[in-house]
Design a protein around this ligand. Structure first.
Ligand SMILES: [Zn+2]
Length: 65
């Protein structure tokens, strides 16, 4: 299958930092699901990301870790 609209590398998701309030795009890799920790690129505080998938729908929650 050669569907070029399908990005096998992941999805860019716009999130708001719970610490500094900045909006930025993060890459959620195609295999990523569950909880992970990632640092804010702006204020360097750690986030707790919760990634859920329902079919092709991606749901990402960001909390201060
Ligand atoms: Zn931040």
């Amino acid at each position: 299958m050669t569907d070029e609209t399908l990005d096998a590398h992941g999805d860019w998701i716009l999130v708001s930092c719970p610490c500094c309030g900045e909006s930025l795009e993060i890459l959620i890799e195609a295999e990523t699901v569950g909880s992970l920790v990632q640092d804010c690129e702006v204020c360097c505080n750690p986030w707790l990301l919760t990634v859920r998938r329902r079919g092709s729908e991606l749901e990402v929650r960001v909390e201060a870790s």
